[in-house]
Design a protein around this ligand. Structure first.
Ligand SMILES: C[S@@+](CC[C@H](N)C(=O)[O-])C[C@H]1O[C@@H](n2cnc3c(N)ncnc32)[C@H](O)[C@@H]1O
Length: 204
């Protein structure tokens, strides 16, 4: 999947992944990460997500990375008062621990599942290399029958989460959410059952 794929999606306004409200898992599970006060939170593949606003509203420093300048510009136009949010325009795979800086937590919604299978090991390795020991991640995956629809978003099943992160992270499954009513375009494309699964990962 080339960067141009995402640039085209933003130029053509094909951004059905963008949600009008923060993800429900934040309200339900973010506290379980038990982060230090004023933690620094990293949001990879951030889009112009309202999750950034929710995270910053909790007095956390938020740093996001997003490939599309259109997305970054729209985010700051739509939230002129946003403070404590460092949304950078660039490629996740070019970040280093020193350019990103120390982080305490990661929020991954519609990021791992945005990538095709062949890219996901590199993605997990990159996030792992950017995570100091103790970093906590709230990860939300999607599960559906991939024969019914071609991603993105892709289905990422629990065995894959364990294959990607099991050697480097403690993995706790927190909740399975039934989600089809929130994704009418997936249902229109033939998906009959959809779940989101919420995980907490702790970097060893
Ligand atoms: C499916 S969207 C999800 C955005 C956001 N997490 C949300 O929930 O709305 C994936 C985003 O990742 C961005 N993206 C894809 N590859 C990227 C990369 N290598 N580095 C940074 N951003 C990337 C795309 O431009 C797109 O905005």
């Amino acid at each position: 999947m080339e960067p141009q794929f995402w640039h085209d999606r933003w130029e053509r306004r094909e951004i059905g992944f963008h949600m009008a409200k923060p993800h429900v898992a934040l309200e339900r599970h973010w506290n379980s990460l038990a982060l230090p006060p004023e933690a620094r939170v990293f949001v990879p593949l951030a889009g112009k997500s309202l999750d950034l606003i929710w995270l910053a509203s909790r007095k956390q420093a938020v740093v996001g990375i997003e490939l599309s300048p259109v997305a970054v510009q729209e985010f700051f136009e739509e939230h002129p008062e946003a403070s404590g949010i460092d949304l950078r325009c660039g490629d996740l795979f070019e970040l280093t621990p020193s350019t990103l800086g120390a982080i305490d937590a990661i929020f991954d919604r519609a990021s791992l599942v945005a990538l095709p299978p062949a890219m996901r090991a590199d993605y997990a390795a990159q996030l792992t290399s950017l995570s100091p020991p103790g970093t906590q991640t709230l990860l939300i995956t999607m599960e559906y029958d991939q024969r019914q629809m071609r991603g993105p978003p892709h289905a990422v099943m629990p065995d894959e989460v364990h294959a990607l992160y099991g050697a480097t992270h403690e993995i706790t499954e927190l909740e399975e959410l039934t989600a089809l009513e929130d994704f009418p375009r997936m249902s229109a494309r033939g998906v009959t059952h959809l779940a989101e699964r919420v995980y907490r990962l702790r970097r060893r």
